[in-house]
Write a protein that binds this ligand. Structure first.
Ligand SMILES: Cc1cc2nc3c(=O)[nH]c(=O)nc-3n(C[C@H](O)[C@H](O)[C@H](O)COP(=O)(O)OP(=O)(O)OC[C@H]3O[C@@H](n4cnc5c(N)ncnc54)[C@H](O)[C@@H]3O)c2cc1C
Length: 448
């Protein structure tokens, strides 16, 4: 091809025309499908409004001269922190719950670092307090006017153990005289590790720890531990935190480590919905050990949301590339090569499968959360089942995601090796989905 057809303008126009003609050839109305994907007209409109809002917001949107692909880790951190503050501000002032949710989703679709940083506070810290706290504790730790400077993290994993939670070593010892817990990291391997936000910004942690009461161990329980001052971010006495450094992906998020030395917290900082300790140190154990790990269930279900957000983006990029890229005798669109079609179409179909599975699992989990308060017997009866299903789906779904990304990368040839194509970055960001929230191999064993 040469002459006046080989200009940037002409090539762009041809690409746009190729996409337009593919869209015009669909056998279904694209608008109807978009509404279906967004689960209804109202949510669809809210999502569009959220995207439009953040695209116009200079604190959130990436500018052309500072794309996430070009920023160094320090700058990416600064940008992500500014984005988090701004998204939280917009969400606090959103006109209704629909708009609030749409803003969170749009933020996740914009950046994995931003999405994960919001997720750690909202879906791990806040959700854990709601799951493990009594109504009084929820009101205390999550008042409606919660100080926006409170930034929560979820401190479960330790340097030495994560897949085997019963081997965690951090220990909370009850002191009846002062009605306090003294929490300590007794060894190097007990250092809380990988904790999202702990590197520099988390002020509070919901932390899982062994309990020791009057010389007896009562297993794991969840504690609220303040790490840093909300005034100036300084570490509190007995707390040492650091950053885990450069990662394969999500470098805007400050994953970090935490060591505690005799940090005192009030008795009431142990979340006591399922396991109670009174002032004398008398213990009522949880009705079922699984209730103490329930926060991992929504985390695993949310990996299906990750498929909807991240895998779908890569599949979209690869399909659009297939439509606009021309190569071979007669210069056809490469999507028309049989191998491309055979590779890409199952991925498109897979997105819809996981999207609908996510919807069903979310609905079931939402019902169960209500049951946890209103009908604990049903909650306890159904918990092992949803625990198994969510573990299996997370493993199967995220392995499928890894396969999908690699297929998309290959479908874009050499151009997918450029960071600006985005798929390579998705692959880096995705790795944690197969490991975090429970390594997939360990999760598959929970199905057996
Ligand atoms: C980017 C990132 C962010 C994270 N954020 C957080 C966070 O905010 N908070 C938090 O608490 N944690 C966080 N994590 C930690 C994450 O949850 C753990 O890494 C995960 O649970 C796996 O544990 P591990 O690293 O100890 O792996 P390991 O248990 O050491 O696994 C290593 C390998 O051994 C295999 N293995 C382990 N046990 C068995 C077994 N019984 N049978 C067969 N194979 C086995 C695993 O399948 C895996 O292949 C994060 C991790 C990453 C990478």
């Amino acid at each position: 091809m040469g002459g006046d057809k080989n200009t940037v303008d002409a090539l762009t126009q041809r690409s746009m025309a190729d996409i337009a003609s593919e869209r015009a050839a669909t056998s279904f109305p694209i608008g109807v499908l978009s509404v279906y994907v967004d689960r209804g007209r109202e949510r669809h409109e809210a999502r569009k409004a959220a995207h439009s809002l953040i695209a116009r917001d200079s604190a959130i949107a990436f500018s052309a001269d500072a794309s996430p692909f070009d920023l160094a880790r320090k700058q990416l951190r600064e940008k992500t922190n500014a984005q988090v503050q701004r998204v939280r501000h917009l969400r606090r002032h959103a006109k209704d719950a629909l708009s609030r949710d749409a803003l969170a989703l749009a933020a996740c679709e914009l950046s994995e670092s931003l999405g994960m940083k919001l997720y750690v506070h909202d879906a791990l810290y806040v959700a854990s307090i709601n799951l493990f706290g009594t109504p009084e504790q929820i009101a205390h730790f999550l008042p409606l006017d919660l100080d926006p400077r409170v930034n929560g993290c979820f401190a479960m994993t330790e340097l030495g153990h994560s897949s085997s939670l019963q081997d965690l070593e951090t220990t909370a010892t009850y002191i009846p005289e002062t009605r306090e817990w003294s929490i300590t990291s007794p060894t190097i391997t007990s250092t809380k590790w990988w904790i999202g936000g702990a590197g520099g910004t988390a002020t509070h942690a919901v932390m899982v720890s062994q309990t020791s009461i009057k010389g007896t161990s009562y297993g794991l329980a969840w504690f609220i531990v303040q790490l840093r001052s909300i005034e100036d971010g300084r570490l509190l006495p007995g707390v040492v935190c650091g950053d885990v450094g450069a990662k394969a992906g999500r470098n805007g998020l400050d994953n970090g480590w935490i060591q505690l030395t005799g940090v005192r917290v009030p008795l009431n900082n142990m979340l006591m919905k399922w396991m109670q300790v009174d002032e004398e140190g008398n213990v009522s154990p949880p009705p079922h050990p699984a209730v103490m790990y329930a926060t991992l269930i929504p985390e695993r279900i949310s990996s299906l949301t990750g498929i909807k957000i991240l895998v779908a983006q890569s599949v979209t990029i690869a399909c659009r590339y297939g439509v606009t890229r021309r190569q071979g005798p007669g210069n056809p669109q490469i999507i028309d090569f049989q191998a491309q079609t055979v590779n890409m179409l199952p991925l498109v179909a897979g997105i819809y499968v996981y999207m609908n599975t996510e919807k069903r699992m979310e609905a079931r989990w939402n019902r169960l959360q209500i049951a946890a308060t209103e009908d604990p017997d049903t909650y306890l009866k159904e918990l092992p089942d949803i625990h198994c299903i969510s573990a299996g789906l997370k493993a199967v779904g995220t392995w499928w995601g890894s396969h999908a990304f690699e297929t998309c990368r290959r479908a874009c040839g050499g151009h997918a090796y450029s960071s600006y194509n985005a798929i390579a970055g998705h692959i880096d960001d995705w790795g944690v989905f197969t490991t975090g929230g429970g390594d997939n191999f360990a999760l598959m064993q929970q199905l057996s």
